[in-house]
Write a protein that binds this ligand. Structure first.
Ligand SMILES: *Cc1c(COP(=O)(O)O)cnc(C)c1O
Length: 224
């Protein structure tokens, strides 16, 4: 099955309220064009320079999402065009995004990333840290960023019950933040959860954005 067929298959399984981000990291622009020519316009990358290189050569109506850990010194590469930054997990990063967005006269949408998995290596905030950010005066002064929801990654496991628990945790965090901080902001509505191995569970648990790479483009080869 080709890339376009795989995207069509996955879209059939998602209801229309769920956005599909095709994660094209490490994959060549030809693969992205194959999906694009079949009508798919939303792609995700996790390296700032790779993303900006692909942005330069690909059609300008692509909606680019940054999905990984973003270093502050790399924000400048993507600030001119990025649609949504999924992995924001510090006030320092938010301030940098705000600064670079301001230079470009933009407001950049961001998701707060939460640590919901068991693994220690994954990035993300806990609820206390997130509330510290949201309550801070510095945060309230940022005019060129907008928080539109939350993002998280479940543990890489075959234990379905555990994955369900972790996604429910993220949904709960979203509901709490919505009520406490964003009840009057319609834009705060996204829950980015679900990858190739667990997106069906994520959608059951309330995901609004799934980030799917290998199930569309095939396994990644990191050895080159
Ligand atoms: C790579 C990546 C994905 C996609 O992973 P697949 O298992 O290939 O679908 C999703 N989210 C993040 C943050 C990633 O880094």
């Amino acid at each position: 099955m080709g890339i376009a067929d795989k995207i069509a298959e996955i879209k059939k399984e998602l209801n229309e309220n769920v956005k599909l981000v095709a994660v094209s990291k490490t994959k060549p622009v030809e693969d992205i064009l194959e999906a694009y020519n079949a009508g798919h316009k939303i792609f995700g990358e996790n390296k700032a320079q790779e993303l900006s290189g692909k942005y330069d050569v690909l059609p300008k109506d692509i909606e680019w999402h940054f999905i990984g850990h973003l270093q502050t010194n790399k924000v400048k590469y993507i600030a001119p065009f990025v649609s949504l930054i999924h992995g924001v997990d510090s006030l320092k990063l938010l301030k940098t995004i705000n600064k670079e967005a301001k230079k470009k006269d933009r407001i950049i949408d961001c998701l707060l990333q939460f640590h919901i998995a068991e693994e220690e290596t994954k990035f993300g905030l806990n609820e206390t840290e997130a509330e510290e950010i949201l309550n801070s005066i510095e945060f309230k002064e940022l005019e060129n960023i907008r928080i539109t929801g939350v993002m998280g990654m479940a543990t890489y496991t075959s234990d379905t019950e555990q994955i369900i628990r972790e996604f429910r945790h993220l949904k709960n965090i979203f509901d709490t933040l919505k009520e406490k901080y964003f009840s009057s902001e319609d834009a705060f509505k996204e829950i980015s959860m679900g990858m190739s191995g667990d997106y069906k569970i994520a959608v059951e648990e309330g995901s609004t954005i799934v980030r799917i790479g290998s199930a569309i483009f095939g396994a990644r080869n990191y050895t080159k």
